[in-house]
Design a protein around this ligand. Structure first.
Ligand code: FMN
Length: 226
């Protein structure tokens, strides 16, 4: 390890205590008790298959990728969790910011009948999620549930593992992506790379919808051709 790296990783005791004293003196953070902790994650739309073979569609924001696995947090009593524990195929569709009103039209509907008591007041049963939201169903290639045609990224996947979270309120699902579909407008021509400047996810930020701002820079691990 170089002496520079060593210095950078081991700040002197004097510096550490000086910084702590300064932070305490400022007391510029408030201890708050927010009802939710949605600090800004992309929205995805999950297509799953109902018992009668029709499709359910539900927005979530608790989703993130680890290699080709996508991890999701689902309300345990919702129709999506119910479907996935019986028919473990799914499409994870990623909408852009321009689709936020369509997404919002799915906020207060569930494909579960009767509507579970745990759902928020005003939630109603809706068997035709595509119809009510205006999204277009597009046939998938390797799984049963349809893709959402308007979404720039569509991941066909199968559930590799699912288990209840420690509260029992949620199901944590790990889905293995089998096939990726991308709108040609966001793909660098002739490559398998998404052009980050052309793609923007819809962000759910403390229950408000946002898009991305302009690029700030890129990590040294970026492999995007440029
Ligand atoms: C933008 C947005 C993000 C949401 N994020 C989640 C989430 O991460 N997990 C979840 O279980 N529900 C989430 N919901 C709520 C579900 O969409 C809602 O419970 C819906 O009724 C589920 O439908 P289903 O019961 O047919 O599966 C979110 C809703 C919206 C509008």
């Amino acid at each position: 390890m170089s002496s520079t790296a060593s210095t950078a990783r081991t700040p002197s005791t004097r510096t550490t205590s000086a910084a702590k004293a300064e932070a305490n003196a400022k007391a510029d953070h408030l201890a708050i008790e927010p009802t939710i902790l949605y600090f800004g994650t992309p929205v995805v739309l999950l297509s799953t298959e109902n018992a009668d073979g029709s499709a359910n569609l539900a927005p979530i924001s608790s989703a993130w990728a680890l290699g080709h696995t996508i991890v999701m947090g689902l309300g345990a009593e919702g129709q999506t969790a119910h479907n996935l524990t019986r028919r473990p195929q799914i499409v994870i569709n990623v909408p852009g910011p321009h689709l936020w009103r369509h997404v919002e039209s799915l906020a207060m509907v569930t494909g579960r009948f009767p509507v579970p008591e745990s759902k928020p007041a005003g939630m109603r049963y809706e068997p035709d999620k595509f119809g009510v939201s205006g999204f277009t169903a597009q046939e998938s290639e390797v799984v049963g549930p349809p893709r959402v045609a308007e979404c720039g990224l569509q991941f066909e996947a199968t559930v590799a593992r699912s288990l209840p979270d420690t509260t029992g309120d949620f199901l944590i699902v790990e889905a293995r992506v089998l096939k990726v579909h991308a709108d040609p407008a966001i793909v660098i021509p002739g490559t398998d790379y998404v052009e980050p400047a052309a793609w923007s996810p819809l962000i759910y930020n403390f229950r408000h919808y946002f898009g991305l701002g302009a690029e700030l820079g890129h990590t040294c691990r970026s492999q995007t051709p440029r």
